[in-house]
Write a protein that binds this ligand. Structure first.
Ligand SMILES: [Zn+2]
Length: 400
C-alpha cells in the first residue's frame, strides 16, 4: 500500500457573500477532490492544540503525527533546517519577513511578494550593517535571522498585524533588554532598506517596497524522531516553502525539490504531481503541500482562492488520480482554516477525507466543510493522532 496526503494550505473557509453564501471549496469546480470524497470517509481534525498559535508550523507538525505541544519550538528553526542552517546550542532562529510599512503601519507582510533575488541583495546589506546575529536569504519575503537571544520574547506574526501601528506590535516585553535590542534592529532596518537601490527600483515599478524587516516565529532546534521510526513507513515531502520542507528534514523525510514550485498560483502544479509519483517509487508515503490557496486567503481574495483550489484540483489532484494504478490510500485536507474575510488563520477543526476506506464511504457527494461536518463518520479528532488513523485505515484507532 502507498499513501498520498494532499494538503491545501489554508483551504477551509466560511461561507462568503461574494460567493453567494458558499465557501471557496463549495464554489470551486473540483471534480477530482469530489471523486476522492465519494469513495472516502470524513472527519474534523483539531490541528491547533489549545493555547497554541494557529500557524502552518503547528498544524503541519500535528498532521505528520508530531504533537506540537511536545515538539514545537518555533517556526524559525524549521525554516532554517531547509536552507541548510544548522542551529548550535543556544542559537535562536527568527523568521525575518520583508514587509511594507506606510504611515507607521504594517501594510503588507510580504513586501509585494518580493523576489528571492531582490531579497538576497537586501539580506547582504543587512549583514554588512548589523552584527548581533546573521541574516540568511530564504524564499521571497521569507528570510531568517539567527542570533543568541530572544527565544522567550512574544513576537507578533506580521500577517496578523496588517493595518496595525509598528510601535504597538514590536517584540514584548519591551522592558526586556533583549527585546529592546532586537526591536532596535527592526526599526533601524528602515533607513537602510528605504535607501537601497532594490527598493528605489520597486517603487518606480509601482511595487510595494521591502522597507522594514519583521522578526518573529523564533525558537531553538527541535528534536524529532524520524518519521519512519515513529510511523513505520518511509516518507517524502513536496512543498515550495522552507517551513514545510524544514519539518520534513527534522523528521528525516526525503525532501523533494520541484523546479518552478513558487507557493503561488503560477506554481508548477504538474511538476508537483510528477514529483509525487516519482517519490512513491522509493517511499511509502508522500506529503504534497500546496501554498497558493493560503496566499490567496491572506490577500483576502475570494476569487483567487477559488481559482487556486480549481488549479490544485485539475492540475495536481486530477493528474495524480489519472496515474495512480497501484493500491494507494489518499488523504485530502487543509492544515488550518484561512478565512478570506479574516485574512489570517483560524483555529477551527479542519475537514479531512481518507479515501478509499476499507469499511465503505460516508456517502459524501463532494469535498466541503459542510458536507464533512454533516456526514463525516470519523468525528472530531486530535491533530497529532491523524497519521495513525490514516495509516491503519481503522476508525477505532485513536478515537477521541
Ligand atoms: Zn498553513
Amino acid at each position: 500500500m502507498k499513501y498520498v496526503i494532499l494538503l491545501g494550505d489554508g483551504m477551509a473557509d466560511y461561507p462568503l457573500d461574494e460567493l453567494g453564501g458558499k465557501t471557496p471549496l463549495e464554489a470551486a469546480r473540483t471534480p477530482n477532490m469530489d471523486a476522492i470524497a465519494r469513495r472516502g470517509v470524513g472527519g474534523l481534525l483539531q490541528t491547533i492544540p489549545e493555547g497554541m498559535g494557529a500557524g502552518s508550523d503547528v498544524a503541519n507538525l500535528s498532521i505528520l503525527g508530531y504533537d506540537p505541544k511536545r515538539y514545537y519550538t518555533g517556526r524559525g528553526p524549521l525554516e532554517a533546517a531547509n536552507i541548510g542552517v544548522e542551529l548550535k546550542d543556544g542559537e535562536v532562529a527568527f523568521r525575518c519577513n520583508f514587509i511594507t510599512v506606510g504611515d507607521g503601519k504594517i501594510e503588507d507582510y510580504s513586501a509585494g511578494h518580493i523576489s528571492s533575488e531582490e531579497s538576497e541583495e537586501l539580506i547582504k546589506a543587512l549583514n554588512s550593517r548589523f552584527s548581533l546575529g546573521r541574516f540568511y536569504a530564504g524564499v521571497s519575503y521569507r528570510n531568517l535571522f539567527v542570533t543568541h537571544m530572544g527565544a522567550r520574547l512574544l513576537a507578533t506574526p506580521p500577517h496578523d498585524a496588517l493595518g496595525r501601528r509598528v510601535d504597538e506590535v514590536l517584540l514584548k516585553p519591551e522592558s526586556s533588554p533583549e527585546a529592546a535590542q532586537l526591536n532596535q534592529i527592526m526599526l533601524e532596518s528602515r533607513s537602510l532598506l528605504e535607501a537601497h537601490p532594490v527598493n528605489r527600483r520597486r517603487l518606480e515599478e509601482g511595487k510595494n517596497p521591502a522597507n522594514m524587516i519583521w522578526l518573529w516565529g523564533q525558537g531553538s532546534a527541535p528534536s524529532m524522531e524520524p518519521f519512519r521510526e515513529k510511523h513505520g513507513v518511509s516518507a517524502a515531502v513536496i512543498s515550495a516553502v522552507d517551513l514545510i520542507k524544514g519539518i520534513g528534514r527534522y523528521a528525516g523525510m526525503k525532501v523533494v525539490d520541484v523546479p518552478g514550485a513558487t507557493g503561488l498560483l503560477d506554481t508548477n502544479w504538474e511538476g508537483k504531481a510528477e514529483a509525487a509519483l516519482k517519490a512513491l517509487e522509493d517511499v511509502d508515503l508522500v506529503y504534497v503541500h500546496v501554498e497558493a490557496v493560503d496566499e490567496a486567503s491572506h490577500a483576502g481574495d475570494a476569487e483567487q482562492k477559488v481559482a487556486a483550489i480549481e488549479e490544485f484540483d485539475r492540475r495536481l489532484v486530477g493528474r495524480l488520480l489519472d496515474r495512480i494504478d497501484f493500491p494507494c490510500r489518499i488523504a485530502l485536507l487543509p492544515d488550518h482554516y484561512t478565512p478570506v474575510d479574516m485574512r489570517t488563520h483560524s483555529r477551527d477543526p479542519v475537514p479531512f477525507i481518507i479515501s478509499p476506506w476499507a469499511e465503505g464511504g460516508d456517502g459524501l457527494a463532494s469535498y466541503s466543510e459542510k458536507a464533512i461536518k454533516e456526514k463525516g463518520s470519523l468525528g472530531v479528532r486530535e491533530g497529532h493522532l491523524f497519521m495513525e488513523v490514516f495509516l491503519s485505515g481503522d476508525s477505532t484507532s485513536s478515537a477521541l
